[in-house]
Design a binder for this molecule. Structure first.
Ligand code: THU
Length: 123
């Protein structure tokens, strides 16, 4: 699947984000080895630390459905923001060194591998 197509899946996921406190919506789309796309969006809680990031929603959801091998991941935010540290750790432990397309709402994107996102990880 082309990177632009996976980014469009992430854009769909972002529309499902529940972010009434930060107003910062994040969409994620994770492409499994067999071509399935698993979506994630951030979901905030009134108890703020209970919020879950889009990346981890997608990864944990995919793994709960039995997917453990992945091809690529797309993320989209209003400003092309990169993943938080906690998500980078979870990505490194579960995705393999796949490319991550990090897009803004214009569809402009950069590509970073998981290992580029988290050098010198805790292992
Ligand atoms: N957020 C993500 O979904 N992914 C990240 O990697 C960073 C932050 C969410 C959490 C919260 O709902 C909002 O963005 C602002 O921090």
């Amino acid at each position: 699947m082309k990177s632009e197509e996976l980014i469009e899946y992430a854009r769909t996921a972002r529309k499902r984000a529940k972010a009434p406190y930060s107003n910062y919506k994040v969409g994620a789309a994770l492409l499994t080895k067999d071509g399935t796309v698993v979506l994630g969006c951030n979901i905030e809680s009134k108890a703020y630390p209970s919020t879950m990031c889009a990346e981890r929603v997608a990864i944990f959801s995919a793994m709960a459905q039995g997917y453990n091998e992945f091809q690529s991941m797309a993320l989209i935010t209003e400003d092309g923001g990169t993943p938080c540290g906690a998500c980078r750790q979870v990505m490194l432990e579960n995705l393999g060194n796949i490319p991550v397309y990090i897009a803004d709402l214009n569809g402009d994107y950069k590509i970073l591998t998981v290992e580029e996102l988290l050098p010198h990880p805790f292992q």
